[in-house]
Design a protein around this ligand. Structure first.
Ligand code: FAD
Length: 475
């Protein structure tokens, strides 16, 4: 009798606890992926679908190299699992759990229903260092503050040896799968993914990790803040789709410390970022309402503005603030944006434009290849000041000084906002302050070749602080 290995957000063969357990059952394995548009809340956004398409192809190829194949089905997860069970007589399902609230509840329902039908469901944690709920305060409550969370996380997540990918994995003949081409996951008209330069899949994830350990980790603490440099790992989409495990990443980073390739402080800084991913996942799991509402309820009364034109200018990178525009264009062209710039563009939307963070979160959801409900929501609320352990609302990023500080030589802005590239560094982050002769010399005509700022920084800042005061004044 075969067993089903239900792949979801764990698209890898190495270090995969559900696969390891399925192998230990010593039965034929049916690897399956179900594209489920019902029951998953909001489905993956456009950039994520692009990634999923490639990643499933890579997983299928890796399985075929070993004698197996990936069975693709589309529809309601439970109905498709039952169909597969009926077709094959499988009596067990192995899966790595998902912890986002809707998926978690749905998984529990499916496991319950299948169990009643005599099919055992075995769930594992393959996506986090520890499962949500395993890290609590001394009083047994969820941690709302990052530093103690991180400390407890490191204690609660013992290192475990990794399980290698199997050399063979033969899928029994029989159940038919669908053709991924028919799923149409890849954008066609317009194909805005043409500029994406990524290698989805387990091999691509391993290569990204190796490159980062080789060339970025040693200077991570500083390099991570410079958007014009390749100073971060770019592992986020690989981690989101489970093409690599966070345990595997931490293990490799610690090995680089152990053999003297990088200083412990650099590794700790990087592992702390993996910790923010964990913190986000734990928070969303423990406080499901934060997906839609302010984590700190007093922020629900924020007087958000309806400003469709401002929102559109932000999405299209036409705000007139070069660092903001560079970030939004990098996002559109590559499906990714540097973290420092994500903070600046998010702050610009919620504070300078006073537009609801959920609008920005939805745009990121559709355009990021690493779009992840927990990390996205947690970070948007962090910037908006409404989150757990968030940046205080009154701290308002100045997009000009952020640019001068983190992109002083203008490498990033010149790459993504080429129409102002000829401006000298001194005026690059604030073209409107340049003398007319300098603008003319650089071929910049404000309002024509590049927008004037859509809001004035000082006025926008004052408006945002007034909005905050209006919250404080509420009974
Ligand atoms: P590295 O610096 O190499 O970090 C390593 C890993 O740590 C990342 O791959 C990621 O998994 C994790 N990580 C790093 N920073 C954070 C963080 N602040 N929060 C959570 N995890 C983190 N990250 C997502 O994965 N998905 C999202 O949808 C997402 N939305 C964001 C929205 C906003 C407004 C902001 C400010 C940040 C968001 N981030 C999100 C966090 C962060 O920007 C990205 O994880 C990071 O830029 C990915 O690049 P990297 O892999 O090179 O990061």
């Amino acid at each position: 009798t075969p067993v089903i290995l239900w792949f979801r957000r764990d698209l890898r063969l190495g270090d995969n606890p559900a696969l390891a357990a399925a192998l230990a059952a010593k039965r034929p394995i049916l690897p399956a992926y179900i594209l489920d548009k019902s029951g998953e809340g909001r489905g993956p956004g456009g950039a994520s679908r692009w990634w999923l398409d490639k990643s499933l192809r890579a997983l299928d190829a890796a399985l075929r190299q070993r004698g197996g194949r990936l069975i693709l089905r589309r529809g309601d997860s439970e109905a498709e699992l039952r169909r597969l069970i009926d077709e094959t007589g499988a009596d067990q399902v192995f899966m790595n759990r998902r912890f986002e609230p809707e998926a978690f509840v749905r998984d529990a329902d499916i496991a319950h229903d299948l169990q009643e039908a005599g099919v055992a469901c075995h769930g594992f944690n393959g996506s986090l260092l520890t499962r949500p709920g395993a890290v609590l305060t001394g009083a047994g409550k969820p941690c709302r503050v990052f530093t103690p969370f991180m400390k407890a996380l490191l204690q609660a997540a013992p290192e475990r040896p990794s399980t290698p990918a199997p050399e063979t994995l033969v899928t029994p003949e029989g159940p038919a799968g669908q053709d991924i081409d028919a799923w149409g996951l890849h954008p066609c008209a317009p194909d805005w993914s043409r500029g994406f330069d990524w290698t989805p899949g387990e091999a691509g994830a391993a290569a990204a990790l190796a490159t980062f350990i080789e060339s970025g980790l040693a200077d991570y603490a500083v390099g991570r803040d410079v958007p014009g440099r390749r100073g971060t790992s770019r592992l986020s989409p690989h981690l989101h789709w489970g093409e690599i495990s966070p345990r595997g990443v931490v293990r490799a980073v610690r090995a680089a410390v152990a053999d003297g390739r990088v200083a412990p402080a650099q590794a700790d800084k990087f592992i702390a970022e993996i910790g923010w991913r964990e913190f986000s996942a734990h928070l969303l799991h423990q406080f499901p309402y934060m997906a839609q509402r302010a984590f700190r309820p007093e922020f629900d009364a924020m007087p958000w503005r309806a400003d469709p034109e401002g929102l559109q200018a932000w999405k299209q990178g036409r705000t007139g603030y070069p660092l903001v525009d560079a970030g939004m264009r990098e996002l559109w062209a590559t499906g990714w944006m540097h973290n420092r710039v994500r903070m600046v563009v998010a702050s610009f939307l919620v504070k300078h434009l006073l537009i609801d963070w959920r609008e920005g979160e939805a745009w990121f959801w559709d355009t990021l290849v690493d779009a992840d409900q927990a990390s996205n929501v947690q970070n948007w609320q962090w910037v908006a000041g409404s989150g757990a352990d968030a940046a205080p609302y009154f701290r308002i990023f100045n997009p000009v000084t952020q640019g001068e500080k983190f992109d002083p030589a203008g490498r990033y802005v010149r790459r993504w906002v080429p129409e102002i590239r000829a401006l000298p560094d001194r005026w690059l982050h604030a073209p409107w302050s340049a003398p007319a002769a300098v603008l003319a010399e650089a071929g910049v005509r404000l309002g024509r070749t590049y927008p004037r700022p859509i809001v004035d920084h000082a006025a926008a800042r004052a408006r945002a602080l007034d909005a905050l005061k209006s919250l404080a004044a509420r009974p």
